[in-house]
Design a protein around this ligand. Structure first.
Ligand SMILES: C[S@@+](CC[C@H](N)C(=O)[O-])C[C@H]1O[C@@H](n2cnc3c(N)ncnc32)[C@H](O)[C@@H]1O
Length: 471
């Protein structure tokens, strides 16, 4: 009892500190928020770390406060935080702490190298330098973990793979060989896409998403599309499993099927799911075009960043609509033509230089981009996390097939598949722009949204996310 009241008091104190810190952040007083968050972190690392990490990710560091370093290391090792969100901040802090190249073995180096994938060009140069030095054993192992995670995009091939990583590779090979399969659909583009992701599973996420308990059925009911339970969910083109694992942990009542062309990607996800004890999830290799071979009907289908890689996305959409139960819900995410326009500069440069999607071609392209002066349009690629792994850079700039969309065309495609739009899941800035331009007009009107996007082409850089329903 005494322990219970002690932890309740602690929770109350943490909540109070977090509330005060949040208010300070809201008023732009980041300097005041940090000590409060630091105290909250000391009381309750799991509870306070997400808020602290969010603030750290927004800080631009000029000095090196030791307390901040300790807190950053704590956040990087806390399960409730996605360490990759701290990759930029951690790299900056290390470069501020060690402005000149030195071999320094400390807790921040170790946490950064083993928990994050570097996404900072200056840090990339430092990693190249480090790989050429005599290193203490622990630092060498941590650098080898980093080099493997970034798929040797900057080098580091000479660093021997740590035994724990080698065991993961072996496990994934075994899982891939035993993966249940729907067989080959015969579609030529699907084959080429499969080959791309067999060689380069993507994304290579490292830490699991933070589980937050949410009832997906309740969410769908709130959207006006109630489903019977247990809810069967198909994640179509699940890649390396981030989304289905996130959803499985978020709502253990779901029964999830995760489908992808690439057995190597699925094996990555299956290993991650096993390590986390996720059981309400099965992985299947196959083509969306063959979804009916899965042998079931689903209350919800989710397909994020996938259909635009098919030869005929409308056929993929129809196949997915066909496995929805009547009244079932589809969630899709597709590339925006306007937000993606700058990538065509990358395609032009790649074509002009004749680089191919091999590791050698991708490295040559990256060296070109890294050498560009800041402010050059193509130099923007350096801000993308995907630029810092071979598979990410390949997905970003060397894809075998991709279609880009304007919203009215997506509306037509949904109608053609017999689906009714429920909503465009637009980010807050886009919602505000819509309100400013169209007041309280119907937000399911994609022509109105198209005008908003035409005026602000960056709004859907994170893709168009839409929800639709099978009548
Ligand atoms: C850009 S990745 C996205 C992965 C995942 N949805 C995510 O958001 O992280 C695209 C994935 O779609 C898969 N894919 C592409 N076309 C497919 C198809 N016709 N059937 C099944 N999977 C497909 C690829 O194998 C790849 O893993």
């Amino acid at each position: 009892m005494a322990r219970w009241s002690g932890s309740a008091a602690l929770q109350a104190e943490t909540a109070q500190l977090l509330g005060m810190a949040e208010e300070a952040v809201r008023q732009g007083q980041l300097g005041q928020a940090l000590p409060m968050l630091s105290r909250a972190l000391a009381f309750d690392p799991e509870g306070a770390a997400p808020a602290y990490a969010e603030l750290l990710a927004r800080l631009s560091l000029s000095g090196w406060p030791p307390q901040l370093e300790d807190d950053l290391v704590t956040c990087l090792h806390t399960a409730s935080v996605d360490p990759q969100a701290l990759a930029r901040g951690a790299a900056r802090m290390l470069l501020v702490k060690y402005p000149e190249p030195v071999v320094a073995d400390d807790a921040l180096w170790e946490a950064f190298l083993t928990r994050c994938i570097n996404v900072d060009p200056a840090m990339e140069r430092r990693l190249v330098w480090l790989a050429g030095q005599e290193l203490p054993r622990a630092l060498r192992t941590a650098l080898a973990v980093q080099a493997f995670a970034s798929e040797y995009v900057w080098g580091g091939e000479g660093l021997s793979i740590p035994p724990a990583v080698a065991a993961e590779i072996a496990e994934e090979r075994t899982l891939a060989a035993a993966m249940p399969s729907l067989g080959d659909s015969g579609d030529q583009i699907s084959r080429a896409v499969r080959d791309q992701y067999e060689a380069s599973p993507y994304p290579r996420w490292r830490a699991p998403p933070v589980p937050q308990r949410v009832s997906v059925a309740a969410h769908l009911a709130a959207l006006g599309a109630p489903q019977s339970e247990p809810l069967e969910l198909l994640v179509a083109g699940c890649g390396t499993g981030f989304e289905p694992i996130d959803m499985a942990r978020m709502d253990p009542s779901l029964r999830i099927t995760a489908l992808d062309l690439s057995a190597a990607s699925l094996a990555y996800g299956q290993r991650m799911a096993r390590e986390r004890g996720v059981e309400n999830l099965r992985f299947v290799q196959g083509d969306i075009l063959d979804s009916d071979k899965l042998g079931g009907r689903f209350g919800m289908v989710s397909s994020t960043g996938v259909l635009h890689h098919m030869e005929r996305p409308e056929n993929g959409l129809s196949a997915l609509a066909g496995v929805l139960k009547p009244g079932g819900v589809l969630r899709i995410a597709l590339y925006s033509e306007r937000a993606r326009a700058w990538v065509s500069e990358a395609h032009d440069a790649i074509a002009a230089h004749g680089w191919d999607a091999s590791p050698k071609g991708i490295r040559a392209f990256r060296a070109h981009v890294l050498a560009l002066p800041a402010g050059t349009p193509l130099a923007r690629l350096r801000e993308s996390d995907d630029f810092y792994t071979l598979s990410g850079c390949r997905d970003l700039c060397f894809h075998v097939r991709e279609h880009w969309y304007r919203l009215p065309a997506i509306g037509e495609m949904l109608t053609g598949a017999g689906l009714a739009l429920l909503m465009l899941d637009a980010p807050p800035e886009a919602q505000a722009r819509f309100a400013a331009m169209h007041g309280d007009a119907d937000r399911r009107d994609l022509a109105l949204w198209d005008r908003v996007e035409a005026a602000h082409p960056h709004l859907f850089a994170g893709m168009f996310h839409l929800w639709a329903r099978r009548p």
